[in-house]
Design a protein around this ligand. Structure first.
Ligand code: NAD
Length: 480
């Protein structure tokens, strides 16, 4: 393992290349500002060549039996596992999460490829009964063609694999476009693909500004599907770009997950789950708990216990403290944004119970922070914080809690802590979110379906339903 800076190249049509402009983007470790690497700043021309490479490779990949595609993907998963230390160190350095968590991310990425490889023999069409005596109706499931995956920085490898797996097993070829903040781990994947002789052109990996590479991919007529994980404003831009050629788009966007703690909840279990959810990845997770509603009967006890739990969170440089609960944030701008949200909340009447000060040290650190006395007149209860800050509001009735949880522009994830099956069922039936976690912290299963309501997105990832997003249908009516 090395802490040196690396000059990376992009991977187009099985070749390692610089950008045609020769320009590079520097990637810094947000924990100590050291240079992690330089990656090519691809141009529109580079984007075009990557798309054409995918287009040329797609017919061959589609015709490769799904079972064989699965075997190739399993080989890739094994090769990723072999490189787990290098990948994890690189993720920790470029993104800031503790090394142990980065290692987990890589292993999950490999497992995601294995999970999708297992679908090989189960991607089935249908025979539909006809109204006519002498007719068959066949429904085929076909790959879409060239898929562009536009990736965020918070889970650079997990989200990459979450899109790569279903795209490949269904017979699509893929262009991966990582975030400019975390492109290095994706370009290490390119070296792995090269080492195992992965079929040329089936996966292209390009780096560069979203406004050039991401936009170029979204507007390219030869891209059949754009799947993006990112913020709402970026999703809106990509949707507009995709309108150019009426390209199919899947948007996994922001979240503002509520956690509701009822009087009848196991309070200690709820505290542990909410703390873990809020500080995970320094609070930079689309699905982690962004706002807490506590029923009045347990409010006092909850405030005391959550303060203690958040105060016990260990944090620091993710490479030097591999076992820390929390690393740093993605950059100093993000720290400033989160801090301003805290100051604004206090100005609007919230009470600071813990944290709330930018540490005087190098790196993009922000401490676990707890805000009490919050209500829905405050911006912090509506806007995505994306940092380790927990705003808490007290409520009285189940109906109040449900109404507060649903009073939101987002609808990705939600959490409920209760021992009442009545409350659990009521929330299961009425929460306006793509996911509800009852008596456990959020974390998606490979075989689940992660899809947001409202501004959290369109379409979704994971499981059978996520995989089917990468397919299109052809219906053949055959009379005899
Ligand atoms: P971002 O929106 O800044 O960037 C996402 C990607 O879009 C990057 O690769 C970026 O280069 C690219 N991009 C930027 N402008 C573009 C354009 N005009 N055209 C095409 N591509 C463009 O998001 P981020 O800051 O990397 O990630 C954080 C956000 O992602 C948060 O809002 C978080 O909630 C969300 N997120 C959602 C999920 C989910 O599953 N719903 C998962 C993880 C993160």
């Amino acid at each position: 393992m090395s802490n040196d800076a690396t000059d990376y190249q992009v991977f187009i049509d099985g070749q390692f290349e610089d950008a045609t402009s020769g320009e590079v983007i520097e990637v810094y470790n947000p924990a100590d500002n050291s240079l992690v690497g330089k990656v090519p700043a691809c141009t529109a021309e580079d984007v075009k060549r990557a798309v054409q490479s995918c287009k040329a490779a797609q017919p061959g990949w589609r015709k490769t039996p799904a079972f064989e595609r699965g075997l190739i993907m399993k080989k890739l998963a094994a090769a990723i596992n072999d490189k787990v230390d290098l990948l994890a160190l690189t993720i920790s350095r470029e993104q800031g999460k503790p090394l142990k968590q980065a290692t987990g991310e890589v292993l999950c990425g490999a497992e995601l490829l294995e999970y999708h490889a297992e679908w090989a023999r189960r991607i089935e069409g249908e025979v539909i009964p006809s109204d006519d005596e002498n007719e068959n109706i066949f429904l085929y499931k076909e790959p879409i063609g060239v898929v562009a995956c536009i990736l965020p920085w918070n889970f650079p490898f997990y989200v990459l694999a979450r899109k790569l797996g279903p795209a490949l097993i269904t017979g699509n070829t893929v262009i991966l476009k990582p975030s400019t903040d975390t492109p290095c781990s994706a370009l290490i994947l390119a070296t792995i693909l090269n080492e195992i002789d992965f079929p040329k052109g089936v996966v292209n990996i390009i780096t560069g500004k979203g406004s050039v590479t991401g936009k170029g991919l979204s507007e390219d007529p030869d891209v059949g599907f754009v799947t993006v994980t990112g913020s709402v404003p970026t999703g809106q831009k990509i949707m507009t770009s995709c309108a150019t050629n009426v390209t199919k788009v899947s948007l996994e966007l922001g979240g503002k997950a509520p956690a509701i703690v009822m009087n009848d909840a196991d309070l200690d279990a709820a505290i542990a789950a909410i703390t873990a959810a809020r500080i995970s990845n320094a609070g930079q997770v689309c699905s982690c708990t962004e706002r807490v509603y506590v029923q009045s009967g347990v409010a006092e006890a909850f405030m005391e216990k959550i303060k203690v739990a958040m105060n016990e969170v260990t944090w620091g440089d993710g490479v030097k403290n591999p076992e820390a609960n929390m690393g740093c944030m993605i950059n100093r701008d993000a720290v400033e944004t989160v801090h301003n949200m805290v100051l604004n909340a206090v100005g609007q009447g919230a009470t600071l119970l813990l944290g709330g000060e930018v540490p005087q040290m190098e790196g993009a650190f922000y401490p676990p922070t707890v805000l009490a006395d919050c209500d829905h007149s405050m911006d912090i209860m509506h806007e995505e914080i994306f940092g380790p800050v927990l705003p808490i509001m007290v409520f009285d009735t189940v109906d109040d809690a449900l109404a507060l949880a649903n009073d939101c522009q987002f609808g990705l994830t939600s959490n409920l802590y209760t021992s009442s099956y009545h409350t659990a069922l009521k929330f299961s039936n009425e929460i306006q979110a793509g996911e509800l976690y009852i008596n456990r912290r959020q974390s998606e299963a490979y075989q689940g379906f992660h899809a947001g309501w409202k501004q959290s997105g369109i379409g979704g990832d994971d499981g059978k339903h996520g995989m089917e997003e990468y397919l299109q249908t052809r219906v053949v009516y055959m009379s005899y």
